[in-house]
Design a binder for this molecule. Structure first.
Ligand SMILES: Cc1cc2nc3c(=O)[nH]c(=O)nc-3n(C[C@H](O)[C@H](O)[C@H](O)COP(=O)(O)OP(=O)(O)OC[C@H]3O[C@@H](n4cnc5c(N)ncnc54)[C@H](O)[C@@H]3O)c2cc1C
Length: 274
């Protein structure tokens, strides 16, 4: 059941410092970024929280810049910000490709990359990109800041190492060598959640990540090693089929997902051949 509007309280910090202090002293609070996931959860009654922390005034968290050679994307950057950013287009084109396929324009204007990461749906379109890019997440609390490799962030289905007193403030990506590739397969191009989504980088050792085939986004180390070792694509597809265990759910079947995942691997390899 939805909480009555009168029971909802909203804190509106103007600085990151205030936001982190509120999380520490006045919590538990649920952060709000673009609200595109949170509103759905409130409407479906799956989120019972009544105390919220509005991050929308924290403009510095929306910045996209380069620091010490790394691409730094603020957690509040929207998909539209990513699409419009020359820096992201140059450094991480597979993230732009993913952003273009998230929802429709309204969702792209409001939805943030930080919300996608923390929401943690295994179908989140930005997640395979961050995994294949070996991104690092910057998490901050009132006491300290820490950096967590993206591949170590999730601990299970929509569960992560993020603590209730922490915010995701930024995502850092070291230069990505090699060709980048992204493909989303859903019922239609826009406004559809992925049935399978893959992001990959073709370098000496390829980096391949899949969404919607497990409780969390996954990297495919055995498939990556097989391709790096010179395996034929058919053999690598066999390794991939052993490496994932997709499930049947309301969006698709395990058999379809497995078939699509192996087809995407072959498409990635063909599209990125020299
Ligand atoms: C119609 C529709 C279509 C959609 N299509 C897609 C799609 O194609 N692909 C896709 O991947 N997603 C899709 N989504 C889901 C959603 O838009 C994205 O996951 C979006 O990135 C969420 O960002 P947000 O800013 O709206 O997050 P919010 O809803 O504000 O927050 C999501 C979660 O993250 C937490 N949070 C947000 N920011 C932070 C932070 N900085 N630190 C700590 N916690 C934080 C919130 O507390 C909440 O738990 C769709 C949603 C809708 C309603």
């Amino acid at each position: 059941m939805r909480p009555a509007l009168g029971t909802i309280t909203l804190r509106e910090p103007r600085t990151l410092r205030d936001a982190l202090r509120m999380l520490r002293d006045e919590g538990p609070l649920t952060p709000l970024a673009g609200c595109t996931d949170v509103f759905v959860q409130i409407n479906f009654g799956t989120l019972r929280a009544t105390e919220f922390l509005d991050l929308s005034r924290l403009a510095p968290l929306r910045r996209i810049c380069e620091e010490d050679g790394r691409l730094v994307i603020g957690a509040l950057a929207t998909y539209t910000d990513l699409i419009r950013s020359r820096l992201v287009r140059r450094r991480l084109p597979m993230l732009v490709a993913a952003a273009r396929e998230v929802g429709g324009p309204q969702i792209q204007h409001r939805g943030t990359i930080g919300g996608n990461v923390v929401n943690g749906s295994p179908a989140g379109d930005a997640l395979p990109v961050l995994s294949a890019a070996d991104a690092t997440l910057v998490l901050a609390s009132a006491a300290a800041e820490r950096r967590v490799p993206f591949t170590a962030f999730y601990t299970g289905y929509r569960a992560s190492v993020l603590r209730p007193d922490e915010l995701l403030v930024a995502i850092e990506v070291a230069p990505v060598e090699g060709r980048q590739w992204f493909r989303k397969v859903g019922t239609r191009a826009a406004q559809a959640i992925s049935k399978v989504v893959m992001a990959a980088v073709r370098d000496g050792t390829p980096r391949i990540a899949l969404g919607s085939v497990a409780p969390t986004v996954v990297r495919l180390p055995r498939t990556e090693a097989a391709l790096a070792g010179g395996a034929a694509i058919a053999a690598a597809q066999g390794v991939l089929a052993e490496e994932i265990r997709p499930i049947d759910d309301l969006r698709s079947t395990a058999a379809y997902r497995l078939r699509v995942a192996t087809n995407l691997l072959a498409r990635f390899w063909a599209d990125t051949a020299a």
